[in-house]
Design a protein around this ligand. Structure first.
Ligand SMILES: NC(=O)c1ccc[n+]([C@@H]2O[C@H](COP(=O)([O-])OP(=O)(O)OC[C@H]3O[C@@H](n4cnc5c(N)ncnc54)[C@H](O)[C@@H]3O)[C@@H](O)[C@H]2O)c1
Length: 336
């Protein structure tokens, strides 16, 4: 049985406590938060879980074998590092760290100590994303040509990270999961309307050597909430609308073929507009799947779907995007 300590009981922490409390092989032993009012809430909801504002108290409990870091990103690296130093398996909320150097240091530590290090990119466990993966892997969509994601709403301005670091980890992790190959460069632009200079509207383009590209639009300043992803393939196209209550994924049997008429020096586009179908999706809560994956990695040594590799790749894209924004959209090369 993995004894779990969850650090951070703000907005996301309660979802982790709820899911790990019902995951086979896991027992939530401690919740740590520096705000006493948050600890009061958990004491009422879960009387069997011990609470403290002192992280060391939980780390020094031998019954704790795994730590989950669910604080704002600036605390991820120091808290995760301390947990690994104490010989605990670690699950970190997305984005993994504030820099790839920090992520690489944690990865090296976990490898040296034989401990699990995982990052919660929750979307990889949703029925919608898993269905899209099956469709793409089966060849039904054809070769991917573009991936275009919009994640905008009147969002909570974060005090320590810009809108890309807050929202784009979801889309970037989905991109890496669904689309084969690795990008070679990124370019990004963004604008800040707050004195701290953190961008609240940003656009990111991810370039590949292959015949596809990806684009992300993220904003905390939109009057409407849009969570929409378009994936175009040579055979079919996918629309994933996460705001839709039930029909989240739609497959369009839509496409085109291109011929060129050499004599008339014209391009001839042959359009095909066919049926639309709505696949059935797995209904399990994504976090339950994520929690089970973490426990399986601890118990059986399996590689999690959302492993440290995904965490590091996402941070590398965000880091390069940040550099690009500061250079007014300059193309920045990335290596994986
Ligand atoms: N996977 C997802 O879909 C998803 C969704 C939302 C948030 N998140 C991630 O979860 C993390 C937390 O986000 P949130 O929205 O819950 O933040 P939040 O600010 O609402 O809550 C963070 C909590 O951590 C506590 N805290 C901060 N530093 C601490 C420390 N050093 N020791 C103990 N407690 C500390 C704070 O008091 C607060 O209660 C972030 O990394 C965020 O990106 C993930």
């Amino acid at each position: 049985m993995a004894g779990i300590a969850i650090i951070g009981y703000g907005y996301w922490g309660p979802n982790l406590v709820r899911n790990f409390s019902t995951t086979a092989g896991a027992e939530v032993k401690w919740v740590v938060d520096m705000r006493p009012e948050r600890l009061e809430i958990i004491k009422k909801q879960y009387p069997n879980i011990r609470v403290t504002a002192n992280y060391d108290e939980a780390l020094n409990d031998p019954a704790v074998t795994a730590v989950i870091v669910a604080t704002p990103v600036q605390h991820h690296y120091p808290l995760a590092k301390k947990a690994l130093e104490h010989g605990k398996h670690v699950l970190i909320e997305k984005p993994m760290t504030q820099s790839s150097a920090e992520a690489e240091e944690l990865i090296a530590m976990s490898k040296a100590k034989g401990l699990v290090l995982m990052v919660d990119h929750t979307f990889l466990y949703t029925g919608a994303v898993r269905k899209m993966k099956d469709l793409i892997d089966s060849g039904e969509i054809g070769e991917i040509q573009y991936f275009d994601s919009t994640r905008i709403n009147l969002g909570l301005f974060q005090p320590d990270i810009n809108v890309l670091w807050d929202l784009a980890p979801h889309d970037i992790s989905i991109l890496f999961y669904l689309v084969p190959g690795k990008p070679v460069s990124v370019s990004a632009t963004g604008i800040s309307h707050t004195p701290n200079g953190l961008e609240n509207v940003a656009y990111l383009t991810v370039n590949y050597d292959a015949q596809h590209m990806a684009h992300f639009s993220c904003s905390w300043s939109s009057p409407v909430k849009i969570r929409k992803m378009l994936i175009g393939g040579t055979k079919k196209m996918i629309v994933f609308d996460d705001v839709e209550p039930s029909e989240k994924v739609k497959i369009y049997d839509t496409g085109y073929s291109v011929k060129s008429d050499e004599e008339k020096r014209k391009l001839l586009i042959d359009y095909r507009v066919g049926d639309i179908y709505v696949p059935k999706l797995e209904q399990r809560e994504a976090l339950a799947g994520m929690a089970a994956d973490f426990i399986s990695a601890i118990e059986k040594g399996t590689t999690p779907v959302s492993d440290w590799n995904v965490g590091l790749e996402v941070v590398k894209v965000l880091e390069a995007a940040q550099e690009s924004i500061k250079s007014k959209g300059k193309e920045i090369a990335i290596k994986f």
